[in-house]
Design a protein around this ligand. Structure first.
Ligand SMILES: NC(=O)c1ccc[n+]([C@@H]2O[C@H](COP(=O)([O-])OP(=O)(O)OC[C@H]3O[C@@H](n4cnc5c(N)ncnc54)[C@H](OP(=O)(O)O)[C@@H]3O)[C@@H](O)[C@H]2O)c1
Length: 316
């Protein structure tokens, strides 16, 4: 086992992603205790990658982008016994600790699951962050079978996942989304209406009764929280993942506030179950576009547009 040379996309100073990110060659270290190194097959990008460049969760620089990743195990750290070199895995790059992350030829992983037979590696790579966010946030709302849940912003990938998760919990799901994925979401079993002007009345009309829970997974936008509280009738029945300050000032809930107050992120063991569902075609996320690693700038521009309409993926 030794260091391997790799292209990496990373930043040495905090700023706007397209200003500070650069592609470089560097050596990727041997994995430390309890970690693995993979040859990357696919990297799913998330809005969080751009927030990291802007200073979210500050850490030692340089740092890389690409939390979500899938690839072939290339080296094992001490104590790792659940995978072997050559296995195909997906999960989380060790982005908070290493000087590079999943947007690379090789990366160190801190958490991984086997890619089940029948699941395409690109589909595996995009699962972790949106599913973790959707599952943990719906858990905070304590959604029960038969209750009505509004997923606001279900045209985004966290929302697209959350609709499927909430339906699996047995909830009745109302979703707001633009036209791109309205048909998909209805196909899963949700009732769908556009977001924007008149949303409160449209959702009330569809619900025809109380909406017990609201999960706000829209991209940050002003005014959404007040509308969502009006729909739920109680600010504590609204959890947001993106409109943090507005939610805090109006008594609504912010997922990361509660997850961090609880002492850290909960288990991600459900990712193995969702990968199995995805392999059987019972859970899916749309891919907006797949870019070669060298075209990371175009990939970033699509995600930064605010409306990528699907997951944006890099492949080496
Ligand atoms: N706190 C956390 O734990 C956490 C974790 C992950 C993500 N996030 C945040 O959550 C947000 C969503 O992430 P994502 O990965 O789902 O993003 P995404 O897939 O890039 O979502 C973009 C989509 O959101 C929809 N949208 C845009 N503006 C909207 C609005 N004003 N109201 C409702 N929907 C709107 C659009 O779809 P349509 O027009 O087709 O409907 C757009 O294509 C981001 O801000 C991200 O930073 C937070």
């Amino acid at each position: 086992m030794s260091e391997v040379e790799s292209r990496v996309v990373r930043f040495h100073e905090v700023g706007e992603p397209l200003d500070v990110l650069r592609e470089e060659r560097t050596l990727i270290a041997e994995p430390g205790e309890g970690k693995i190194r993979i040859r990357v097959s696919a990297t799913g990008l998330n809005p969080a990658d751009w927030e990291l460049c802007r200073g979210f969760m500050p850490g030692v620089l340089p740092r890389g982008i690409g939390f979500d990743v899938a690839g072939t195990v290339d080296a094992l750290g001490d104590g790792v016994t659940d995978v072997a070199v050559g296995d195909l895995v997906f999960g989380a790059s060790d982005f908070a600790v290493q000087p590079s992350a999943g947007a690379a030829d090789f990366t160190i992983m801190s958490q991984w699951f086997a890619v089940p037979a029948g699941l395409d590696v690109v589909q595996a790579a995009v699962l972790p962050m949106v599913l973790q966010t959707a599952v943990w946030s719906l858990d905070l709302l304590e959604v029960q079978p038969g209750e009505t849940v509004l997923i606001h912003g279900a045209g985004g990938m966290v929302g697209y996942a959350a609709v499927q998760v909430a339906l699996r919990l047995g909830a009745r799901v109302i979703a707001t989304a633009g036209p791109t994925f309205a048909g998909d979401l209805e196909g899963f079993g949700a009732q769908v209406t556009p977001y924007g002007s008149g949303m409160v009345e449209r959702v009330r009309g569809l619900a025809d009764g109380p909406v017990q829970h609201v999960l706000d997974v829209s991209r940050p936008n002003t005014g959404a929280i007040a509308d969502l509280i009006e729909i739920a009738g109680d600010p504590t029945h609204v959890v947001t993942i993106s409109n943090h300050d507005e939610a805090r000032s109006q008594g609504a809930r912010v997922n990361v506030d509660e997850l961090l107050a609880a002492g850290g992120y909960p288990s991600s063991a459900f990712l193995a179950d969702y990968a199995a569902l995805a392999a059987r075609g019972e859970f899916t996320l749309p891919i907006a576009a797949t870019f070669p690693l060298g075209e990371w700038r175009a990939a970033a521009e699509l995600s930064l547009s605010g409306a990528p309409h699907g997951k944006v993926v890099l492949v080496p």
